[in-house]
Design a binder for this molecule. Sequence first.
Ligand code: ANZ
Length: 957
Amino acid sequence: MSETNSAAEVAAPHRYTAAMAADIEARWQDFWDAEGTYEAPNPTGDLADGSGLAAKPKRFIMDMFPYPSGAGLHVGHPLGYIATDVYARHQRMTGHNVLHTLGFDAFGLPAEQYAVQTGTHPRASTEANMENMKVQLRRLGLGHDKRRSFATIDAEYYKWTQWIFLQIFNSWYDTEADKARPIADLVAQFESGERPVPGGGEWGALSAADRADILGQYRLAYASDAPVNWAPGLGTVLANEEVTADGRSERGNFPVFKAKLRQWNMRITAYADRLLNDLDGLDWPEAIKLQQRNWIGRSEGARVDFPVDGAGDITVFTTRQDTLFGATYMVLAPEHELVERIIPAAWPEGTHPVWTGGHANPAEAVTAYRKQAAAKSDVERQAEAKDKTGVFTGAYATNPVSGEKVPVFIADYVLMGYGTGAIMAVPAHDARDFAFARAFELPMRCVVEPSDDRGLDTSTWEDAFASYEAKLVNSANDEVSLDGLGVVDAKARITEWLQAHGVGEGTVNFRLRDWLFSRQRYWGEPFPIVYDEEGIAHALPESMLPLELPEVEDYSPRTFDPEDADTQPETPLSRNADWVNVTLDLGDGSGPRNYRRETNTMPNWAGSCWYELRYLDPHNDQRLVDPAIEQYWMGPREGQPTGGVDLYVGGAEHAVLHLLYARFWSKVLHDLGHISSAEPFHKLYNQGMIQAFVYRDSRGIAVPAVEVEERDGAYYHAGEKVSRVLGKMGKSLKNAVTPDEICGEYGADTLRLYEMAMGPLDVSRPWDTRAVVGQYRLLQRLWRNVVDEETGEVTVVDTEPGEDTLRALHKAIDGVGQDMAGMRFNTAIAKITELNNHLTKAGGPLSRSVAERLVLLTAPLAPHVAEELWRRLGHTESVVHQDFPVADPAYVVDETVTCVVQIKGKVKARLEISPSITDEELEALALADGNVVAALGGAGIRKVIVRAPKLVNIVPA
Ligand code: ANZ
């Protein structure tokens, strides 16, 4: 790097260089660690106890913690960490007690896969990765309270993850109280008869297994047989996204079967309404709130029963009960259990050949169609494909309002997992039904007519769907008429009628599903659950936590004959007979008994569901968090009705899963009285991504970005022309730049400044290594304004600065302070640069008071160089806890300019006015001026020419 070794530097041995930055940075990092500079005190007992905390508002500032990947960090990763650090430092300097730390989300699949391939224990590789990342992060000068850091794989941490699981397992949702309560309260209600026992009878008379079954229907964590994608050839269950359109595994191309498997679930659906409503009080990006709302998917509508002769009712869920008179057929999801019961032995007389799909009888048609549907994922089934497939069941149902017989189909556009898995189809007003009806030549009936004069074009039916500016037509029976009503009124009227006749009711449906919580993996938290000889699940008592993950020889899942659908997954933990089969006294009065441990592990979401709470009180071995400490850092307060972290920064990709799961756990813990906050994160901020150029050769293969040369706007690698596009940064695209490289070349302060200066924090931006030097030069100029590059002496003087400099200084203080509080770090840097340039141009030594404030302004962004200059300026206390400068408003207001007032071209007056004055204001001021009034001597005015802010010319009459 020529910059660091140039001849000029030999003559200037005290210039700010990369070597000097390295020295300064290492020195202050060691010092900060040794002094515990970033340690945030917890309140002890009464806040007014003399700790001084009562007078200091608190700020809990948090990042989404990283997974310790083997690849380490590239410069894109720390963008958010630097931003929260700058913000936290500014908050510290403006009188706040700031909690800022970072842990590791360390359970996860990559370590396990690496273990399978190499035989390295996942803990060993994970710990090595964490060590590496800690070194990388430390180098950035992040002001973390290191006493509060932990990894989710620490047994002292996952002890409490298991403890929370048991809290959830041991509770139920009381819909009357609208909150979770201990399951013991429910048992007491069953025992006393206050609540009837489902299925009747006396609670005491039921078998243990029956009682366990009933409680399982209430528990917030429960085991159930859930359909999963099972690939025997891989020995594992797959997510929908891992299964191809033709029903095979993406990895290895093995057949995938729908298998029912005993799985743990979290009853997050019990909280659907609260998860939705409490979004209103959160300071989150609207886009994320919207994604959560859509994910929860609240729909108001009705359930309506359509009787089928001799087979009971088909209950549908509809959001458009107003269109009931327009239902001309019905559709069941292919898997619907009613299908078997309604199909007749033969096709009814005169069945349309298109409806049968060419099959000899309904049973055959259904079997064939089900097979076809099972191979598609829900996502594909919901895709807006024009060609709808399906087959007639041979059965007819009766429309309860019209008495009309309508044919019942099965089709894959109706999903089993939503509503009731059955719909009434209204082809005139629903686009999917419309496409299906066209394909199967089914009738359409218009029941909602747009109320404007466009009319309805029944060849395309355009505008027929979801037109709320509309009136109902063709919708009356002997008892009820919707004709002439608007959609909203029609819905209310028909719902009332359905309810009165016992054939339906208004209902709310959610898209949200319960959370599938078990994985057939090794590297996760073991469930604190054992099964007795009857197969009944028991919670381990708290005294047996943590249940540590045992050492195993073999981390890989067992594989089977790929075609053998009857096999079941075998988890790595299940092969450890000594660990699995235990004799325990659970302290429940039944003495020592034989048990079998649960051998699934928790999903890697579990550890991140509550980590904010553990930062508060990381070494508490009696409780998950001390209530007074939780109340202090996260409790509800003015403007934060549900409490939570003051600022949470991370990627927008965590919009639904992590953020929804964490909210759910918070609410359960809140309901059970363990925490005062009902939300984990009050303010959420999504940082943009750092992108990088990807260079590809003629075969489309990425070439190392550092080896690419630019000539006349084209790019070359090893003499060959290559293409350039903006993409992700990463090892696989051969364009990763590491923070270590940049720190080595310029220092961490330069890297921090560059990342913050690249653009608004929430916008993605392309990395450009060549531009980094710009921020390095800023730091050099800043240094040079305080330190003599030849002698190393501080050059400041104890004189008062001039008016000009005071104005520049206070404007910068005002602007930088506001920008930092608003997380506009790029504009804060622009203002510091402007001030620094002003001072350079002004020449001569700086006033001490100016130099000190310049250093303080820079301290949150470039803490090492600021600390060094601060000390050189003679201070003995760290810059970290100094007060951020406060602007003097007298110097912030705009300066005045002199306006000349002329009469017939002769200067008669001079006005000191604001440069932003308007023409009107200036004209009024000029005409009111004493000298002007005197000079006019009562003459009338013909014309006034105003050129604000400099000139007014008056032409008398
Ligand atoms: C009749 C109707 C008429 C409908 C109309 C819509 C428009 P959201 O808003 O997403 O909740 N539906 C119900 N269950 C379904 C399932 N399991 N699979 C596929 N579709 C299903 O959607 C509710 C609407 O989606 C329901 O209202 C139903 O179609 C359909 F002019 O009923 B509707």
